[in-house]
Design a protein around this ligand. Structure first.
Ligand SMILES: C[S@@+](CC[C@H](N)C(=O)[O-])C[C@H]1O[C@@H](n2cnc3c(N)ncnc32)[C@H](O)[C@@H]1O
Length: 462
């Protein structure tokens, strides 16, 4: 461990939370005594080295808790650091190779380090390395090291997982422990742009089976499109807490976009009208935005999702967050093309229910255009019960079209054209006006391309 690395501490203004945090840190071998009082609350110290560590993110996502770097402790003195006295994957690997492959020469060692993957994301229990053609264990030099048995991949990956685990869990390093926070290593390859289900084809496991091989069927289509409960249960399920909301997904079958956290935060911080109104999520995925609307107190949520693996993650997430108890989230595992029919059926089955759809989420990349006519039909189905419905249109847009305003203008014109084709104005006593409300830049998707969310208010008048 490098001298001078500072650990993370949590400032807890709601003191009823102190014990729970202490226990959580203790369970992960990351608690440091003593808890002390400061101006802004109680301070609970940890040996976590990085504000982006999953446990730091999880704890700091709880209201009333702030994470910050503690300036007075030198981690050098803390228990739980690796025997290789290292802080980076490179130093860890150097230490491992020196101990386990003492015969390899410096040139070979430095070539291995040149091609060592360094960028990764932790989604407990999985560590996912970013895809790279240069820094990859598939590089011939690493393959050679594995084939010539200079490096035993099982031993190396297991120790690497221990190193990346909180507190380094050195005592467990030679054991495969199911209780460990991190048990699997894999490489994440990019999502195929043309796949409308946004599935992570080509995820490459490095250590640990992401799905039990026993349940793999000869027919890949069945596994992807119509999995049995046994197959669903046999997958590894990752869990992340963002903004205090738990999300669960199978990394083999469903993408997870960490960058959406900004948009989830925006939903939580804005849109007071969600409370006690209805929301339709036309591309629900594992509940990325659905859960934010439920947290905001949506009365009823209609969620449409095609991918059965995402639907399973969505249902697990509903349960983990306690949303299932209210029974107000209706999940339809089918194309959103069915949305008008399903909502109509719902109204028939619940004759007392007066529909009040206030928000319609359209979260598909690179474009959610397929859902625009459906959203407009939903607004028309609802009629006059609300004067304003907001469509949240996700899209990948070139920076130029954002800056010169042409994207917003084009969308408004297109929505108007779609509406006129659905309902010529002389055929309806309800008029819809599309008004640009806000364009939010969420994250860069590629050079000059932004993933944006464009809020369009649909003003309903007679
Ligand atoms: C990008 S993902 C998850 C959505 C989430 N809002 C996000 O931005 O991360 C979009 C989801 O839409 C689903 N999807 C695509 N076309 C659909 C359709 N016609 N009906 C229902 N779901 C659809 C995909 O399976 C995928 O899970």
């Amino acid at each position: 461990m490098e001298k001078g690395i500072m650990p993370v501490e949590f400032v807890v203004s709601d003191t009823t939370l102190v014990k729970a945090i202490k226990v959580k840190l203790e369970n992960n071998g990351l608690f440091i005594k003593p808890i002390y009082s400061a101006k802004d609350g109680k301070v609970v110290k940890s040996s976590i080295k990085d504000l982006n560590h999953p446990l730091a993110l999880e704890i700091s996502s709880i209201a009333g808790i702030k994470a910050r770097i503690h300036r007075d402790i030198d981690l050098e003195n803390l228990a739980g650091h690796s025997k290789y006295q290292c802080n980076t994957i490179t130093e860890f690997t150097k230490g491992f190779l020196r101990e386990h492959a003492p015969t390899i020469d410096e040139i070979f060692l430095s070539r291995l380090l040149d091609h060592l993957p360094l960028k990764y994301t932790i989604y407990p229990p999985v560590v996912l390395f970013n895809n790279s053609t240069v820094r990859t264990f598939n590089h011939p030099i690493w393959q050679k090291a594995f084939q010539l048995k200079f490096v035993d991949p099982k031993e190396y990956f297991n120790e690497l997982l221990c190193f990346l685990s909180p507190g380094n869990q050195i005592e467990n390093r030679s054991h495969y422990s199911k209780d460990r926070l991190l048990t699997h290593l894999a490489v994440n390859n990019p999502i195929t742009e043309t796949d409308v289900l946004r599935r992570p084809f080509n995820i490459q496991p490095l250590y640990g089976n992401l799905i039990d091989e026993g349940v793999l069927s000869d027919d890949d289509n069945i596994l992807w499109e119509n999995p049995s409960q046994e197959q669903l249960n046999s997958s590894i399920w990752c869990k992340v807490i963002q903004n205090g909301v738990t999300q669960i997904w199978s990394p083999v079958f469903t993408m997870f976009s960490r960058g959406n956290i900004k948009e989830k935060k925006r939903i939580l911080a804005t849109f007071p009208d969600v409370c006690n109104n209805d929301v339709v999520d036309l591309y629900a995925g594992i509940g990325y935005f659905t859960f934010s609307y439920l947290t905001k107190g949506a009365r009823t949520l209609f969620a449409f999702e095609l991918n059965p693996w995402s639907v399973e993650g969505l249902k697990r997430g509903l349960k983990a967050n306690g949303f299932d108890r209210a029974g107000n989230c209706y999940v339809y595992q089918e194309s959103n093309e069915m949305c008008v029919q399903r909502v109509t059926e719902f109204l028939t089955q619940n004759p007392e229910f007066q529909l009040r759809i206030r928000h319609i989420n359209l979260g598909l990349l690179p474009s959610s255009r397929q859902g625009w006519p459906l959203a407009i039909r939903l607004v028309r189905l609802q009629g006059k019960s609300l004067k304003r419905v907001t469509m949240h249109i996700h899209e990948n847009v070139h920076i130029k079209a954002i800056e010169d305003g042409s994207f917003e203008e084009d969308v408004i014109v297109e929505l108007d054209t779609i509406d006129k084709s659905i309902m010529p104005s002389n055929h309806s006593d309800i008029k819809l006006k599309f008004v640009n409300s806000k364009l939010e830049r969420i994250k860069t998707f590629a050079p000059d391309i932004w993933h944006i969310c464009f809020d369009v208010d649909v003003i309903v008048s007679t």
